[in-house]
Design a protein around this ligand. Structure first.
Ligand SMILES: Nc1ncnc2c1ncn2[C@@H]1O[C@H](COP(=O)(O)OP(=O)(O)OP(=O)(O)O)[C@@H](O)[C@H]1O
Ligand SMILES: [Mg+2]
Length: 322
């Protein structure tokens, strides 16, 4: 196999502005600082796996602008194969402009740009068939149907030997289960958080979290779609994992949290690393919690992501004792 995992999702340059105050309609405020980083949910997860020594590739689209070359170079600098990254002269690369005040309140504006227009004829199916896992995340925007349809058609064409992991995020989840029917049908691993699970299933929407209700929602999904593994991410509590009829709750690591940006993507990297290493689902979840715990102790989605040595140390110290 050429790749352990190939990601397929939006590529965005995140432009974060620190502001005096988030301006409402007809108001003005001022910017006190600015930072830029490469983002996109699938890309963050693939960066996490590349840092852990996995052979990685990516499918996405950027334009021939400054943002596009930053996004492209960032993947290459992380040792991710970029043969699947499409380049176009027509349009802008995806960006997310974020405005954050001193209390950490934020307003985000996504400009999907060329992420929204990936057609099925542009994807090399052999690129995906030479990977053990295809990891899918969401597309947003007015014209995102085209890229979503492409993800669906790719799933119809790829070999049965490729495992599919899928993190629908909030924007896909709130469109409901019927909208995601085709993606869920081919998913072997579903990675979702608690509120997304409720939005997706439309069940227990207004109730507060209980293990019983989460389990009920997970079991319904599993029965309907036959998904082998379902992971419910639960923020600082940890994660709840289900494989066939067995569910377990795995407590989060006790760390001092600075910024939760990308925690879910980091969890996915650790969990899928465990999957690729043939670990059991409990160890996979511990690895997910561990990689995510390292992510939240630094600013941004990828600064805190650990390397192979960090993870080997933690494994040799006995993951099960945690
Ligand atoms: N404060 C924290 N301390 C330790 N671990 C944390 C903390 N917050 C999150 N995590 C870890 O990160 C994982 C993923 O976080 P979360 O459940 O918020 O996912 P998410 O909602 O998908 O995140 P995202 O907003 O990045 O998509 C959790 O399962 C947990 O392991
Ligand atoms: Mg998430």
């Amino acid at each position: 196999m050429k790749f352990d995992i190939v990601g397929f999702g939006a590529l965005n340059l995140d432009k974060l502005y620190q502001v005096n105050r988030i301006a409402h309609e007809d108001e003005e405020s001022f910017i006190t600082g600015k930072s830029e980083s490469c983002g996109g949910s699938a890309a963050n997860t693939i960066v996490g796996l590349a840092r852990l020594g996995m052979k990685t590739g990516f499918i996405g689209k950027v334009a021939t602008d400054q943002e596009g070359s930053l996004l492209h170079n960032n993947l290459q600098n992380e040792n991710i194969n970029t043969k699947g990254v499409l380049l176009t002269d027509d349009g802008r690369s995806g960006t997310v402009s974020g405005f954050v005040d001193s209390d950490g309140q934020r307003a985000l504006y996504v400009d999907p740009g060329v992420n929204d227009c990936i057609g099925p004829h542009e994807i090399d199916i052999n690129y995906i068939n030479s990977s053990k896992i295809l990891h899918l995340t969401s597309y947003v925007g007015k014209y995102s149907e085209r890229s979503i349809k492409t993800q669906e058609s790719v799933l119809n064409e790829i070999s049965n030997n490729v495992s599919v992991s899928f993190d629908p995020g909030r924007l896909y989840s709130e469109r409901g289960i019927k909208f995601l029917d085709r993606l869920l049908n081919r998913s072997d691993i579903l990675l979702i958080n608690q509120s997304e699970l409720r939005l997706l299933t439309g069940k227990n929407k207004d109730s507060s979290f209980t293990t019983h209700k989460t389990l009920e929602n997970v079991q319904n999904l599993q029965q309907e779609y036959g998904i082998g593994m379902i992971v419910v991410k639960m923020g600082d509590k940890g994660s709840f994992v289900t494989q066939i009829n067995e569910s377990q709750f795995i407590k989060a690591f006790d760390v001092s949290c600075i910024d939760t940006t990308g925690a879910g993507d980091a969890f996915n990297a650790g969990f899928l690393f465990g999957y690729l290493k043939g670990e059991d689902i409990k160890t996979m979840a511990i690895m997910g919690n561990y990689v995510a715990s390292r992510c939240v102790t630094e600013h941004g989605a990828t600064d805190g992501l650990p390397d192979m040595q960090n993870l080997e140390d933690i494994i040799s110290n006995g993951l099960n004792s945690i």
